[in-house]
Design a protein. Sequence first.
Length: 625
Amino acid sequence: MHIIDLTIIISYILLTVGVGIWISKKASKGLDSYFLGGKSIKWYYLGLSNGSGMFDISGTTWMVGILFLYGVKSFMFMWLWPIWNQIFVMMFLAIWIRRSKVMTGSEWILTRFGNDRSGRASHIIVAIFAIVSAIGFIAYFFEGIGKFMTVILPWDLTILMGDSTFLKSEQTYALIIILLTTIYTIKGGMFSVVATEVLQYGIMVVAGLLVAGYTLIYYTDIQINSIISEEWKNIFFGWELDTHWSNKYSAFNNLIDSEGYKMFGALVGMSLFKGFFASVAGPTPSYDLQRILSTKSVKEAAYMSGFTNLILFIPRYLLIGGIVVIALVTLAPQMNANPSLSGNDLELILPTIINFHVPVGIKGLLLAGLLAAFMSTFSAFVNAGPAYIVNDIYKKYFKPEATSEHYIKVSHIASFIVVGLGVFMGFFANSINSLTLWITSALFGGYVAANFLKWVWWRFNGWGYFGGMLAGLIVASLQFILDQNKGSFAEGTLLYDLTELQAIYLFPIIFSFSILGCLIGTFLTKPTDINVLKSFYTNVRPWGWWKPVYKQLKSEDTSFEKNKDFAKDMFNCTVGIIWQSSMIVLPIFLLIRDYPKTFVSLAVFIVTSIILKYTWLDGVRKIED
């Protein structure tokens, strides 16, 4: 590590912590100010902050690996999440969510199901989801940032206690970075989080531009095209993946065959099926939802969500594409010679390129950018998780009447507890990784069905919501148990086949049981109070099956009109997905020097932007809060 690179990294850390602490005095006015920035932060700062929070190290490492192996069409792997839920949020969900005027996602649930026993059951399960997810992700971040820091910094910080090791070097590094990030996050709340994430976003953009510029200057078209095939550059696909690599690089073709995604058409079809329901379900109760609730108005919530999409993908894929181009030229031949090549080798591409193939100065900025990616995502979870402990559990059920100063002190304590539990779990990272994946996949399995129905069906009630999430949790738990017992079942049996399936193909099973839980819970209990439904429907105005509620409102006010924008919203979402995809493939085509496809991608981006200007942006401007 050159002294220039070390200076850049240390300067970045000091600047970030200094800015976070300096701006923290604004957070002392109350819970609304602490967790939502008093709903006074400008929407474009929140958009930069939201985009920064999504620019994480783990995701970047994974995207580098799949782009390297699968080529340009690898962006469709992003649909497994799905990333285009951000498009649905942009087009209509941000407006629906922000109209609630609440502080957290679980508090929002009470506006839909009421404050009776069923409403409180749905409220509690969402709060638990948010808290457990925050703790699990902090544990994951603890493990990831420690290993990352040991790669990039030269000092061994192993702490000994007698003859035994008390803290490994990566654990010491992780504790230092987490402690620094936690200090300004807890002290300043949303104000410090947003201020530092805007700074961190700028550093990440500079890092992406420098890496992309370096590859354009120092690597030639001939070098790149001698490695990749036409199929690698092809965005289109059939039911089954064609040969991606030439015979010279057969190890990579073999790896694709063993990854479980050879039937690419089925993967994309299942991703679309899952993606639609997951996207309409809306954002999970984490930092993304907090940004929406932090905006000044309904109109600005839509602006913020659209801006997040606009500023995230091109800079991120300039960085990812630049790293992959360097890896193709420098690492592909030696990786191909490895007879035991596996998916784990793909995760080593990013740190290997940083260590050995990036020049002084650019290396320091790149490392500062990736460190910024970690700190921004970590701080976002630290800010979001405790909001549910304080506002949705402590304030609601234990101490409803107290001063703002008291609640902020409790928020500080809750933040330290969440971080402490996450770090504690992080010390058991070998087992916690699979546990974290189980927590998120299990809760998401139930989350999708229940949260889809809450928008579109008037009869769906709090017990149905609770039952749907619980059913999804149980089925996903069984799937986790099966996955942990791979090799225990005889070939040809149903249980063996289930253990060999990728998680995405099990989604219809989890979804079906969750829907069943929703229906049983709903029809075995009474409907939500009509006054709650009328208030929710009048305020949020979702489309869907709301006829009985609409008829009552119409009889009371003949000027009341229902939401007729379903077709327009779906059209905008379709155009938006194409728009988003063009921003992903545009930098990739540019960096692999496929200029015809670069210009086509740019044209698609411009055309879809113009369409959305008339079909979405003009409509948002007319919204009255």
